[in-house]
Design a protein around this ligand. Structure first.
Ligand code: 5RP
Length: 223
């Protein structure tokens, strides 16, 4: 049986074929993205510059010798490359396991095409086994927690963690995510929320899935 890292590597390598020459691209965050960065650097593809979704991705890109640009320079981006914690059959994702969800969503929203690279363990029939990360301004923690509980969720503050934006993360379990767009909007309407890790409005355009049997490509309808 292949390891998850091997499957992530297969997905990341396959994603290289989508990297356009001499254009700015967006780059997400996480271990799959870290592999993608290494492979991109090795490939020698002529990328004009990368917009990173986290401080850690920025550091990784610089170390790999790739050029960084801010979103103002690159906007709008043709392609955004990122991983996910869960992805369903419509390309709706849960993201934010690494806490970079806000910048990830900003860059995804600023990009024409979102390429999601995952190992097959991330593909789910129904979203929500992985806790939903919500970035919250610290003073709103009690209020946001109370509102989330009214929605049926159980929030837990991520310990010893501060986002790149200086905020906290609540990880939510128990929400019914069947109507993902409604839940995404409802959570965003709570005062004190910065963003949440449901990506239904910014669903991916294409998933590249590393599986035991090879790499699968899935194309999704734009919403
Ligand atoms: C970080 C993310 C990542 O894309 C997600 O957590 C997947 O990470 P990995 O590639 O390490 O499995 O949303 O905020």
């Amino acid at each position: 049986m292949k390891s998850r890292d091997t499957l992530k590597m297969a997905a990341a390598k396959a994603a290289l074929s989508f990297v356009p020459d001499r254009q700015y691209i967006g780059i997400g965050s996480g271990s799959t993205v870290d592999i993608f960065i290494q492979e991109l650097a090795k490939s020698g593809k002529p990328v004009a510059g990368c917009v990173p979704a986290s401080d850690s991705t920025r550091d990784g890109l610089l170390k790999a010798g790739l050029k960084i640009v801010d979103l103002g320079t690159g906007y709008p981006l043709g392609f955004y490359f990122d991983g996910a914690d869960e992805i369903n059959s419509e390309g709706v994702m849960i993201k934010g396991g690494g806490g970079a969800l806000t910048r990830e969503k900003i860059i995804a929203a600023s990009s024409e095409t979102f390429i999601c690279m995952v190992d097959e363990s991330k593909v789910v029939d129904s979203l929500g086994h992985f806790p939903l990360a919500v970035e919250v301004i610290a003073m709103a923690t009690k209020h946001v927690s109370a509102e989330i509980k009214k929605m049926g969720g159980q929030p837990t503050e991520r310990q010893n963690f501060e986002t790149d934006n200086g905020n906290i993360i609540l990880d939510i379990e128990g929400l019914d995510l069947t109507k993902a767009s409604k839940v995404e909007s409802d959570i965003n309407n709570i005062a004190g929320i910065v963003s949440n890790g449901l990506f239904s409005f910014c669903r991916c355009s294409q998933a590249i899935i590393g599986t035991e049997g090879g790499v699968d490509f899935k194309v999704f309808q734009k919403n």
